[in-house]
Design a protein around this ligand. Sequence first.
Ligand code: NDP
Ligand code: 8X3
Length: 252
Amino acid sequence: MAKIALITGATAGIGEACAHLFAREGYDLILTGRRQDRLDQLAQQLNNTYNVRIAVAAFDIRDREQVSHHLETLPADLKQVDVLINNAGLSQGLDPIQNGNVADWDTMIDTNIKGLLYTSKIVSNWMISNGRGHIINLGSIAGKDVYVNGNVYCATKAAVDALNKGMRMDLLSHGIKVTAIHPGAVETEFSEVRFKGDKDRAKKVYEGFTPLTAQDVAETIWFVASRPAHVNINDLILMPTAQATGTMIHRG
Ligand code: NDP
Ligand code: 8X3
C-alpha cells in the first residue's frame, strides 16, 4: 500500500514543491491551502504525471471548525497518514512593534501557530491510532535569530521551534517522529505576501545573492522523511551559502 503525506500550504512555494517530490516518490497525497483552483490544477498535474491518489481540501487553516471539518471528513483510508508536513504559513509586514499592524499580528499568530496546532492535534491522534507517523514542521531561521522589525513573525517561528520540541516529547512513547526544518531565505511567494503584493519590494529581498529554492527545501524534507525507521532528524537549519545568520547576507 502506498504511503500517505498530508501537506498544508500546497498551493505555492515549498508545499507545492513537496507535493511534486512526494508524488514522484509514490506517496498518495492530501493537499491543502485556501486556493481551490490551484489545488485542483496541481492535483490534475500530479495525477497525469504520477500514478498516485490525490485528495485536495481548500480551507483557511486559521478557522478551527474548517480544519476539523475538512480533515475529519476525509475517507478513513486516507487518515492513515505517514507524514504530515506542517508548512502553511506566512509573514505580514516588517515594522517596529510600536507601528505594527494588529490585524497582521493576528494573521501570523493564527496561521503559523494556531493553524499548525489545529492540524497537528487531529493528525497526531490518527498517527497514534495507526501506530506510526512523522510530523515535519516548517520553522525558520527567523525562529532562531530575531531580526529588526521581524518581531511577531520571528515569535511565531520561535513558537514553532518550541512546539516541535514539545510534540517530540509528547509523541515519543507512540513512536512518532517529529522534525523541524528551519530555512533561511527561500525565493517563493513569501516576500510578495509579506509586502502585500509589492513585487518590486519583494524582488529586492533576493537581489545580489542566490537564495534557496522551494525545491532545495523540498529535497531536504524528503531526506528527513526517508531516513530509516530508527533515525529521526530533530532539527535542521538550511541556509543559502550566502547567508550566515538571519540578518547576515553577503550580496555580491
Ligand atoms: P508561499 O507564500 O509560497 O506559500 C505559503 C503557503 O501557505 C501557500 O500554499 C498558502 O496557501 C498557505 N497558507 C497561507 N495562509 C494560509 C491559510 N490561512 N490557510 C491555509 N493555507 C495558508 O511561502 P513558502 O512556501 O515560502 O512558505 C512555506 C512555509 O515556509 C511557511 O511556513 C514559511 O513561514 C516558511 N518559511 C519560508 C521561508 C522563505 O524565505 N520563503 C524561509 C523559512 C521558512 P493559500 O494562499 O492558497 O492559502
Ligand atoms: C522566512 C525567512 O528570514 O525572510 O522565514 O524571515 S526570513
